[in-house]
Structures are given as structure tokens and as C-alpha cells.
Write a protein that binds this ligand. Sequence first.
Ligand code: SAH
Length: 212
Amino acid sequence: MTNLTKDNLIAILKDEGITDKNVLNAMHHVPREKFISINAQSQAYENQALSIECQQTISQPYIVAHMTQCLLENKTLSSLKILEIGTGSGYQAAILSELVNEVYTIERIEQLYKTAQQTLKKLHYQNIYFRYGDGHLGWSDAAPFDGIMVTAGTDCVPPALLEQLSPYQGRLVIPVGSSRDLDLISITRNKDDYHTDIIEKVSFVPLKPGVE
Ligand code: SAH
């Protein structure tokens, strides 16, 4: 049994400014309880980040919804190809998968990479491609991407991700700053021009180099 229901959570997301109906529908459809441990089941629909394996976290639902809304704003959803850095539990990838044509997701911790694949396979998601590796490098053989979402914080934007954005309104959403003071920003590419918007203060686990 969960304390808060999905309907409670959707009402909270609306109150906090999530207006995109497609995003709200995806948040309603994806069973968050399948991405967390048995011990945390009662908190599945609370609007908070939760611990997952390997000292990582599944993001707060509001942040998942807001990052998704910012990434996909003004885009034609059915044709989009999106890259996510930081698969973690696989929850954000599932939300994206409900909305766009193809999702590519990269994780640097092998155990999480494997568990997320199993979870998403059980839930019958078929348009998600997984890679075990360092997301700083992006996924060059699948580029360009209409959107790239980084779900870990960094002090500098990885250049490969900027290069792998579509030159036609490709958008990167990424938490940038020092570990205690991160701004969620979006960078929208128009050919050689990159336009940055600051969205809000956030907290995230760090984007780390290499794999483990
Ligand atoms: N999107 C996740 C939240 C993940 S937390 C979800 O929906 O559950 C951040 C994740 O980023 C962690 O799993 C961490 O291992 C991963 N990560 C950190 N640095 C990375 C890197 N350089 N490349 C790929 N994944 C990375």
C-alpha cells in the first residue's frame, strides 16, 4: 500500500507548475513503485527523491516532470530521439519512452545498467536503448539528438553533448554548478548558436568520470 496515491501526486505536480498534459499522463501511467526497493514502496508516490542501489537516487517526481517538460517544450513528440545520461533506476527513461519515438540512455555503474534494463523489459518498454559507459562522451553513433537530458550534476557541460545536439532546435537540459549549488539549465542549439536559459536550483548526485 502506498500512502499517497498517483492522483495525489498528479495534483501536487499541477500545483507546482507542471502544465504539459502529455507529461502529466506519462507521470500517471508509469508505475514508480517498480523502480524502487520493497522497503520504500509506501513512499512511491510521495514527491521526493528516494535511494536506489549503489548509493544513487531516483529523482523527485516534480524534477522528473519539470525536466521532461522543459526538454520537450514546443516539440513534435512522435518523431523525437532523446539521449538520457544517468539511467539510474530507469524511471526517467520510462517517462521519456512514453512520450517520444526513441530513448537512448547511458549508465556508468554496471549493476544499475543491468537492473534498469530488467525493470524496463518487464514493463515491456521497447523503444529504449541502453549503454554501459561514461555519459560525458555521449552516444556519437546514434547522434544527433533532438534532446539530451543529464540527470547528474556537473561543474562543466561536456562538449560532446553540445556537439551531439541536433543543429535544429536540439535542447540539452543539465544541472550545472558546484555540488552544493546547482542550477538546472537548458541550452538550445540553432546551428552554431547555443542559447542558455536558467530554469531553477536543483540538487543531484554528481556526474562522475569513467565506469564502475
Ligand atoms: N535518471 C535516474 C536518476 C539517476 S541518479 C532515474 O530516473 O532513476 C544519477 C545517475 O547518473 C546515477 O545512476 C549515476 O550512476 C549516473 N551517472 C553519474 N555519472 C555518470 C556518467 N558520467 N555517465 C553515465 N551515468 C552517470
